[in-house]
Design a protein around this ligand. Structure first.
Ligand SMILES: O=C(O)CCC(=O)C(=O)O
Length: 285
C-alpha cells in the first residue's frame, strides 16, 4: 500500500518511486518468464505478434526490444496484474474503480538498447479524463548509464505538449523540451515508478554493458473512457478490462479538448514511429 506522503508526491510531482516493491524471487521469476517468451527468436525469424527485435544486430541476433502485452499473453504476468498488492497501490492513486489498460516489457539490452524520446503517454491514447497511471518495474538495477527513466516533474497538470508535425502524430514531443528540468529516476531491480500518464518522460540508448529490463503496466480510472481515435483505439482497447470495483454508469470528462493522434501512415511501434519522425518521414509530403 502507498503512504499518504507517496500519494501526495505522485499528485504534486507526477511520479513516485517505491524501492523494493518486488521481491528478489519475483524479479527472478519475471526474468525467467521473459527469457522463456523470447527464446528461439532472432531478428530474421521472430514471432512479430509477440515481440519486436532490436534492429541493430545481425540477422541471427537474439536481442529483443519489446515483448508485447505480457499480462494478457503469459499467466505469470497476468496474475501479477490482478494481484491485491498491485491493485491496492493503483487504487491509492486512482480510486476504487479500475481498468487494466495494457502492458509491455522494454528490454533495453546492453550495448544496443534503443532510446525512447520525450513523450507523454496520453498523447497515444486520449481518454475522457487524466486518471491514468503508467507503472514501470525495473528488473535490473537501472542507472543513468544503462538508460534509466527520466521525467519532467510537475508538468502533468498542464496542457499536452505538441506531439505533431504538419498535423501528423510523431510519437514524441515536437516542441522544445527544457532538459534542464529533467530528473533521472534510477532504481534497484525490484523498484517501481508510478508515473502519471501526462508526465513527460524519456530514456537514452543503452550503450553500457548492463541490460535495463523494465516491465510496464498501465491502469486507468474506470470512468476514463477512450476517445475514439481510429485503429489505435482498437489496438489498445482489446486488452482493457475492469479489474477492481464497478463499471461506471457515466464517463468523467476533464479537458475541454484533447489532441487526437493522427497517423500519417500505418500504425507502427513507438520506437519505429519515433525513428521515422527523426528521419522526417512523418511530415506532410
Ligand atoms: O523504457 C523506457 O525507458 C520508457 C518506456 C516508455 O516510455 C514507453 O514504452 O512508452
Amino acid at each position: 500500500m502507498l503512504s499518504t506522503e507517496q500519494v501526495d508526491h505522485y499528485n504534486t510531482e507526477g511520479y513516485i518511486v517505491v524501492p523494493d516493491f518486488l521481491s528478489t524471487e519475483q524479479v527472478t521469476a519475471f526474468i525467467d518468464g521473459m527469457d522463456t517468451a523470447s527464446a528461439g527468436n532472432t531478428l530474421a525469424e521472430h514471432d512479430a505478434a509477440r515481440m519486436e527485435m532490436e534492429p541493430n544486430q545481425p540477422a541471427d541476433g537474439t536481442q529483443v526490444r519489446r515483448l508485447y502485452e505480457p499480462c494478457s499473453k503469459y499467466e505469470l504476468f497476468g496474475e501479477f496484474s490482478r494481484s491485491q498488492k498491485m491493485l491496492d497501490a493503483v487504487e491509492a492513486l486512482l480510486g476504487p474503480d479500475l481498468v487494466y489498460h495494457y502492458s509491455k516489457i522494454n528490454m533495453k539490452p546492453a550495448g544496443v538498447g534503443s532510446p525512447v524520446e520525450w513523450h507523454q503517454d496520453l498523447s497515444y491514447y486520449p481518454l475522457s479524463n487524466r486518471g491514468s497511471v503508467s507503472i514501470l518495474f525495473y528488473l535490473d538495477d537501472a542507472t543513468v548509464e544503462n538508460g534509466c527513466l527520466q521525467v519532467i516533474p510537475r508538468r502533468h497538470r498542464d496542457e499536452l505538449l505538441s506531439h505533431n508535425t504538419d498535423g501528423f502524430f510523431q510519437g514524441r514531443v515536437t516542441e522544445a523540451v527544457d532538459e534542464s528540468l529533467a530528473v533521472p529516476v534510477p532504481g534497484n531491480a525490484g523498484s517501481v515508478i508510478f508515473m502519471h500518464a501526462m508526465t513527460p518522460h524519456a530514456s537514452i540508448a543503452n550503450t553500457s554493458t548492463n541490460p535495463r529490463r523494465t516491465l510496464i503496466l498501465s491502469y486507468r480510472r474506470a470512468d476514463a473512457f477512450p476517445i475514439y481515435a481510429g485503429e489505435m483505439t482498437h489496438k489498445t482497447e482489446v486488452h482493457a478490462r475492469l479489474v477492481r470495483g464497478q463499471f461506471p454508469q457515466e464517463a468523467r470528462f476533464e479537458d475541454r479538448s484533447f489532441p487526437i493522434p493522427l497517423y500519417k501512415d500505418a500504425i507502427v511501434s513507438l520506437y519505429d514511429l519515433q525513428e521515422r519522425s527523426r528521419e522526417g518521414k512523418m511530415a506532410a509530403n
